[in-house]
Design a protein around this ligand. Structure first.
Ligand SMILES: [Zn+2]
Length: 339
């Protein structure tokens, strides 16, 4: 990406092993993320550009001398952040704070919207998949690299549990996966805030019990009506800008929790006093997706959850600039790149 709206497909030097803990992975599937749309809308023009993409499934092409848990030819899924799996934060399940960790597409690690990528800390990062590279489950497996794990993190951060009423702000792929997560965690009622017919239909398939199509104050009013005036126990904030955060914090009931997974686009959190006096828990952050892959993988393999339905467009590498455009214009929920 060279600036707002400026995505180019370019030939770059081949990815290669640099550290003994690296794996070299040929990407078979990648995708465009809602978080890629923030720079797509606002990035200042740059001469050097930025390598994009952080969600991938691929085949191990080569491994460094210290890599133990995979071999050439294995099919693997990568979480959007790499991590060693052994430091104090990884051991507590917070892989996005790994002391040896980092993110694809920054600090010398290439982006995943590419034919191949160097994966640092391969043993801690990658999970070998027990299926072939063209398995029908591929879309759902690909969501384990970000959106399904992120939706799950939002639900856990918002303390979703049996019998609870959950509201979800954001009808993108993460919010929709949040519906799956809320149902999986036993929520009794799942209120989706959204207005796009395709997304509402998918939310219903995933388990949403109520849909709120209003926005802003009207949406807040509507959720209050649906919850007997008190608000939702758990609110998943899956957008990250001021209005969505404001709405999320306005529909949570006293003593409830808001799980934030949308990357904040503002420096401060609104409603500091109102949330203080209502004892609202505000939690969340970049999802330690790696911590959730093993937990969610059996459900995907058994077909219990189908988060791959969020992909409503498939393209090849040359179609990536159009994929960004489509997602930015909300013409697509999420675009898969097939190599
Ligand atoms: Zn670590």
């Amino acid at each position: 990406m060279y600036g707002a709206g400026d995505v180019r497909v370019e030939r770059v030097p081949d990815a290669r092993l640099m550290e003994s803990t690296d794996a070299l992975v040929t990407v078979t599937r990648a995708c465009v993320c809602g978080s890629d749309l923030w720079p797509y809308r606002s990035m200042e023009s740059s001469d050097i550009g930025r390598s994009m993409g952080h969600e991938l499934i691929g085949i191990v092409e080569d491994v460094g001398s210290d890599v133990r848990t995979m071999k050439k030819g294995d099919l693997v899924v990568a979480p959007f952040a790499f991590s060693d799996g052994t430091c104090i934060f990884c051991r507590q399940g917070l892989h996005t704070s790994c002391v040896h960790g980092g993110f694809f597409g920054s600090n010398g690690t290439g982006g995943a919207q590419a034919e191949a990528v160097r994966v640092p800390q391969a043993d801690g990062t990658l999970v070998v998949l027990p299926v072939g590279k063209d398995d029908a489950l591929m879309p759902s497996l690909l969501t384990l690299s970000d959106v399904m794990g992120t939706g799950y993190h939002a639900a856990l951060s918002a303390r979703v549990g049996p019998g609870k009423t959950v509201a979800i702000v954001g009808d993108g792929a993460v919010g929709l996966c949040g519906v799956i997560a809320a149902r999986r965690l036993g929520a009794e009622r799942i209120i989706m805030l959204g207005r796009h017919p395709d997304r509402i239909a998918l939310a219903r398939i995933f388990g949403a019990t109520d849909i709120v199509t209003e926005r802003g104050d009207e949406a807040v009013e509507r959720v209050r009506l649906l919850t007997g005036g008190s608000g939702a126990h758990s609110v998943l904030e899956c957008v990250g800008h001021g209005q969505a955060t404001q709405t999320a914090l306005s529909i949570v009931r006293p003593g409830g929790a808001v799980g934030r997974v949308g990357v904040p686009q503002d420096a401060s959190i609104p409603l500091a006093q109102a949330t203080f006096y209502s004892n609202i828990t505000i939690a969340g952050g970049p999802a330690p997706v790696r911590a959730y892959i093993e937990e969610l993988l059996p459900d995907v393999l058994e077909g219990k959850i189908q988060p791959g339905l969020v992909f409503d467009r498939i393209t090849n590498i040359d179609g990536v600039p159009d994929g960004y455009r489509a997602m930015n214009e909300r013409g697509a929920i999420k675009v898969m790149i097939r190599f």
